[in-house]
Design a protein. Sequence first.
Lengths: 247, 225
Amino acid sequence: MSPVPLIQVRELVKDFDGQRVLAGVNLDIMEGGIKVVMGPSGCGKSTLLRCLNRLVEPTSGTIHLRGQLVTGAGVDVRALRQGIGFVFQQFALYRHLTVLDNVSLALRKLRGMRRLEAEQKAMYELARLDMAAHRDKYPGQISGGQKQRVALARALAMDPAVVVMDEPTSALDPLLTREVAQLIQRLHGEKVTLLCVTHDVLLARSITEQVVFLDRGVVRAEGSIEHLSSAHPDALIRDFFGRESGA
Amino acid sequence: MTGGWPAFCRDLLEQFPLIFTGLVQTLRLTAIISLTGLLGGIVVLYLTLSRSPIVRRLTQAYISFFIGMPLIVLLFLLYYGLPQWGIRLSPFVVAVVGFTLNVAAYNAAYLTSAYNGLEQTELEAGRAQGFSHRQVFALLTLPQVLRMSVPALTNQVILNLKDSTLAFLIQYTEFFARIQELASTNFQFFKAYALAALVYLLLVSAIVLAARAVEKRVIIPGLLG
């Protein structure tokens, strides 16, 4: 018997003002696995992520998390969101809070932890990502790469079922992109389930071999970057992976 | 000009207890309406962010209505108009209610404008973490909006102080009313009003200094400094 996916997306559709952005996406994410969803700008990658935690309401289709249906009425959306660590494209740190407060806020206000306990947990996550020394700084005082780490620490602090990352390197230079790739590999090694959407083939190549190609709202292909860039029958897909990877 | 400085100073000393009481009334009214106006502004801001379009429209109407209506008309309506409906309020209550309705509308407009300058993805990040609408407002929106609005809110406190002279027209005996009495005692209008101007200038300067100190304390490091 094949294992049940941690997240199972079936025939997911999302329309915005009559325009179909997702047109029946099917996707499985296994526990402890890493899934990279790629595709050109506007293909629906970010919308797919936002449907997972219902920041965007799907028009139709289903999403199951650990076998539980999380789409439709009667779902505790706030509890669902607490179980999905979301790392935004521009990091979206709370600018008026220190690094430590950014990571500990949800632990205190949502998990009901006392300040000391929440800060200890936050410090553990910051230390895990080499950011402990920056605990008292504000987001405006740290670099893009450091913000990325704080955003990840904030997501990890809630012990989520999955961490989803929306274009994690789009705001970073190539050097930092390599750092993020190493970081993602490290988390993958620690059995953190990861879902990453990106159009950066170099990033994808450095964190996983198997990717999903999303285009015009549907999964067009799934496989190794090697195969997609050289042997896939669709020229558009070969072009995307070939050009983007510099092959 | 009737009399000179000696006569004016003698009358000033004689009436000083009353003038001082008037000054306390002015400061009391300014402090109260600044506080209630700020709290009202925060409530109105919260309602303008409501998910209900009806609530949003009503709060927009509130802001437009009270910004559009001259304060003196509102005060007269409450003080001289309401008794015709059997509702008789003291000058102090009318001043607090009238000013609060007006100041809350202005403050809500300042806060809304600051809200529009917020990074919306930060608020989305709050929702993505599982915070409720109210928690996002209290923990993320309000602390930032208030910090960004300190200059505008300070200006409003200064306006509150200056506009408090209008309360004199609904029989609220504040500082300017006492100065008026002093002037009518000896007809030294220039000296009396110059004294009033000086006192208001000193009070405004104190407010500006206090606001600068507040601004320094609430500035977000790495962002606004």
